[in-house]
Design a protein around this ligand. Structure first.
Ligand code: FES
Length: 79
């Protein structure tokens, strides 16, 4: 089972702003941090109920990025 089926990109993560998971990921990949994503989308600026979900999601993306970077480092040093 892929992550996509567990956490679809079109899942709304912030009900107040209607911000979807895939859009948050896209902004993260463009280099935005949580404050920038909040300002850009309006997420986290309403009831705050999405705060932990979005924080956990960004933390998971950070971990994926660290793993990917270390894999790239290993690949580069191996050659
Ligand atoms: S659900 Fe995101 S601010 Fe309310």
């Amino acid at each position: 089972m892929s992550d996509e089926s567990v956490h679809p990109a079109d899942e709304v993560m912030c009900q107040c702003s209607g911000t979807k998971r895939g859009y948050i990921q896209s902004l993260y990949e463009q280099g935005m941090d949580v404050q920038a994503i909040s300002r850009w989308t309006g997420a986290l600026s309403g009831c705050g109920g999405c705060e932990w979900d979005i924080a956990d999601f960004l933390k998971a993306l950070d971990q994926q990025k660290v793993q990917a970077d270390s894999q790239t480092d290993r690949d580069n040093s191996a050659g």
